[in-house]
Design a binder for this molecule. Sequence first.
Ligand SMILES: NC(=O)c1ccc[n+]([C@@H]2O[C@H](COP(=O)([O-])OP(=O)(O)OC[C@H]3O[C@@H](n4cnc5c(N)ncnc54)[C@H](OP(=O)(O)O)[C@@H]3O)[C@@H](O)[C@H]2O)c1
Length: 262
Amino acid sequence: MRGLEGKVAIVTAASSGIGKGIAKVLSSEGCIVHISSRDRAKLEKSAEEIRKETGKQVNAVPCDLTRPADVTRMLSEVKKKSGKVDFLVINFGDPKVAPFLEITDEDWDSSMNMFLKSSVTMIRSILPEMISNGDGRVVFVTSLTTKQALENFSISASLRAAVVSLSKVLSIEYAKNGITFNSISQGYIMTPRLESIARRNAEKMNISLDQAYDAIRQGIPARRFGKPEEIGHLVSFLCSSDASYINGANIQIDGGVVRFPL
Ligand SMILES: NC(=O)c1ccc[n+]([C@@H]2O[C@H](COP(=O)([O-])OP(=O)(O)OC[C@H]3O[C@@H](n4cnc5c(N)ncnc54)[C@H](OP(=O)(O)O)[C@@H]3O)[C@@H](O)[C@H]2O)c1
């Protein structure tokens, strides 16, 4: 155990995949976890599943990160329920993946709301209390697109890079207050989203789903996909006091996909 018992965490975009894996690990470490995403039914089901598995308090708070009013409402609901937030884990939904000229102003606006505006609103709301507690952790969950440019990923690459830079600046501003800001750049993690990408590839290339998975796996030195809980373990470490000197870092967790040494 990492000494996280009784700490209060928010994990966004957490009804499935990576966010849910993070929530599960934090809950198993004894945190009171508030999970959010758009679909209330899916969210409640995931909260119930985690509660059953860990026996801890897991609260479902619906919130669409592209809607600023939702973010404000989610924060006030969490504060009303728990009174404080020790760990803010900012995970995101999927941005549109398309050639640059097929991306509309509306796509950019809603993505800027999801990545930047929601991050700013959440941090601004929670930071003053972290400062007065002299403690707090903020972890952004981004993507390997922050490290490696991919065709058609202009929204993901540019806005996640913005979030990583925001994390870095805040880590410098608030280190003296005992608060750390770090970001994670994950590679291929086995989630419903990865399955839908593999299905799309299979259809496009007229191959089986297994062959489509194999084609992705070939590019991963570890020759396997990551598990959502593996991201969860990294997050719980970053939230623990063992990681109090890790600040402003962007940590790759990708089975060796990104080849650049620095
Ligand atoms: N899996 C990978 O290999 C991989 C690799 C690199 C980066 N990523 C990124 O990691 C993040 C999570 O991906 P995942 O693989 O875990 O996907 P996933 O299994 O499809 O889960 C996505 C989660 O985001 C929520 N969500 C989607 N849009 C949202 C919005 N506007 N506001 C709030 N919540 C929203 C979804 O719930 P609702 O439908 O209920 O809203 C769901 O809980 C994404 O940003 C993805 O691009 C994933």
